[in-house]
Design a protein around this ligand. Structure first.
Ligand SMILES: NC(=O)c1ccc[n+]([C@@H]2O[C@H](COP(=O)([O-])OP(=O)(O)OC[C@H]3O[C@@H](n4cnc5c(N)ncnc54)[C@H](OP(=O)(O)O)[C@@H]3O)[C@@H](O)[C@H]2O)c1
Length: 377
C-alpha cells in the first residue's frame, strides 16, 4: 500500500516536472516586471481602456469590467449590502468603468445595488444590463424578447439603476419565438429615442449575430469564455473579428474554479449557489479537472501570479477587443484581478500555456440540461 502510494506520488511528481519542463522551454521574459510585488505597486495605476465595437457602435470601457451578479445572486454567501456598495465604489476608484448587471439577477435586487452604489457616478462609468426573460412571482419563467417586453425592461431597469440611458443593453438569451430582426429593430428604436446607447447579445450563434448586426450594429457579444470553456474560438470570435464587434467573456475565472479556491471538498452555500447542482462543480469533476488549475499554478509560479491572474491575463492577451468581467465579493480579489490589466507577458508564453491546456479533456458539462437549452451555441 505504502509502496503504491509512493509510486503514485513519484508519478505525480514526474508528471508535474514534465509540465514545468514545458513552461521552462519558454521561460518568463520579464519576471520582475510581472512579480506580485511589482503588480501591487501598479495597483495605484488606473485600469487602462479598451474599445468594444466599431464606428457608431464603438464603446470605450476599462480593459476589465466588474461582473456584479455575485454580489447578491448565486455565488454563495455574500457580505452585507454596505460592503458590496463599497466594493463597487472601490472599483470606480481603480478606474473600472464597466459594471455588468441584469434584471434577472435577484431578480431586480442586483440592479438596485448597482444603482445605489454607482448611479451617482453615471457620467464617469458605464452600466450594462440585459433583457430577455419573463419574470413571474420573483422567478424567471423562460425567455421573452417581444418588443413590448424589451421596452418595459428598459424603463424599469433605468429606474432601478438610477440612470437616464442604458450604456449597453444585451439580449440575455435568444428567444426562438421572436425573429432576431424584431429584437434588433426594437433596440435600434430605443437607441434613436436616446434610451439606450449600444446593443449587445449573449450566447448566440454566428448566424444570429450576422442577422442582428445587419439591422443594428452590435457593440459586444457577451458569452462564457475562459481556459475551461473555449467554444467561442470556433465561430464566435472569428465573426466578432470580421464584423468589428467586441467580446465580453463572462465567468472568466470559470465561476471561481480556475482560481484554485474550489476543490472536491468545497461546500457550496445551499441557499444561494446554483453551482452546487452543475456538472462541473460535482466533486469528481472538480477532482479530475484540477490538472488544469495545476497548470495555471505552475505557469503563475515563476511569474509571481495567482491562478486567477493567469486565467485573466490569458484572456486579455487574446485580443484588444476582449474585455473580461470577473465577479467578486472581496476587495482583495478585486485588486488581484484588476492588476492583470498591467501584465506584459509575451504572446509566446501565453501560447505555450494554451498548448498545454489544449491537451486536457475537461470533465463535466458547463451547464445542466435546462440552462443548456437556452443557449444557441
Ligand atoms: N450573460 C450571461 O449569461 C452571464 C452569465 C453568468 C455571468 N455573467 C456575468 O459575468 C460576471 C462574472 O461571472 P461569474 O460570477 O459567473 O464567474 P467568474 O467571474 O468567473 O467567477 C466568480 C467567482 O470567482 C471568485 N473569484 C473571483 N476572483 C477571484 C480571485 N482572484 N480569487 C479567488 N476567487 C475569485 C468569486 O468569489 P469571491 O466573491 O470570493 O471573490 C466568485 O465566486 C457576473 O457577475 C455577471 O455579470 C453573465
Amino acid at each position: 500500500m505504502e509502496n503504491s502510494e509512493n509510486n503514485s506520488n513519484r508519478r505525480d511528481f514526474l508528471k508535474s516536472g514534465a509540465l514545468f519542463g514545458a513552461f521552462a522551454l519558454v521561460s518568463p521574459a520579464v519576471s520582475f516586471a510581472n512579480s506580485a510585488d511589482n503588480l501591487t505597486k501598479k495597483r495605484t495605476k488606473k485600469v487602462p481602456m479598451r474599445t468594444l465595437g466599431k464606428g457608431k457602435a464603438a464603446f470605450q470601457v476599462s480593459a476589465l469590467g466588474l461582473g456584479c451578479m455575485g454580489t447578491n445572486y448565486h455565488r454563495g454567501r455574500v457580505p452585507n449590502r454596505q460592503k458590496m456598495l463599497e466594493l463597487m465604489q472601490e472599483a470606480v476608484e481603480m478606474g473600472v468603468t464597466l459594471f455588468d448587471t441584469a434584471e434577472v439577477y435577484g431578480p431586480y435586487i442586483n440592479e438596485e445595488i448597482v444603482g445605489e452604489a454607482i448611479g451617482k457616478f453615471k457620467n464617469k462609468i458605464s452600466i450594462t444590463t440585459k433583457f430577455g426573460f419573463e419574470i413571474q412571482n420573483g422567478k424567471s419563467v423562460g425567455q421573452n424578447s417581444r418588443p413590448e417586453q424589451i421596452r418595459k425592461v428598459a424603463e424599469e431597469s433605468m429606474k432601478r439603476l438610477n440612470i437616464d440611458v442604458i450604456d449597453l443593453f444585451y439580449q440575455h438569451r435568444f428567444d426562438p419565438k421572436v425573429p432576431i430582426e424584431d429584437v434588433a429593430g426594437t433596440v435600434k428604436d430605443l437607441i434613436q429615442e436616446g434610451k439606450v446607447k449600444h446593443f449587445g447579445m449573449c450566447e448566440v450563434s454566428a448566424d444570429t449575430i450576422r442577422k442582428a448586426h445587419a439591422v443594428q450594429p452590435l457593440t459586444a457579444i457577451q458569452s462564457e469564455y475562459s481556459l475551461m470553456w473555449r467554444e467561442p474560438e470556433k465561430e464566435i470570435l472569428p465573426i466578432c473579428e470580421e464584423l468589428g464587434i467586441g467580446f465580453v467573456p463572462y465567468s472568466p475565472v470559470g465561476r471561481g474554479y480556475l482560481t484554485g479556491m474550489l476543490n472536491d471538498q468545497w461546500q457550496f452555500y445551499p441557499q444561494n449557489d446554483m453551482r452546487q447542482d452543475w456538472p462541473r462543480f460535482q466533486p469528481e469533476a472538480m477532482k479530475d479537472n484540477y490538472k488544469l488549475v495545476q497548470l495555471l499554478i505552475d505557469f503563475g509560479h515563476e511569474r509571481g501570479l495567482t491562478p486567477a491572474q493567469v486565467a485573466l491575463g490569458w484572456l486579455l492577451n487574446k485580443n484588444e477587443w476582449i474585455v473580461p468581467i470577473p465577479g467578486t465579493t472581496k476587495f482583495v480579489h478585486l485588486h488581484e484581478n484588476m492588476v492583470t490589466a498591467h501584465l506584459d507577458i509575451p504572446n509566446q508564453e501565453w501560447k505555450a500555456l494554451e498548448n498545454e491546456v489544449s491537451k486536457i479533456q475537461i470533465v463535466g458539462d458547463r451547464y445542466p440540461a435546462e440552462q443548456q437549452k437556452q443557449v444557441e451555441n
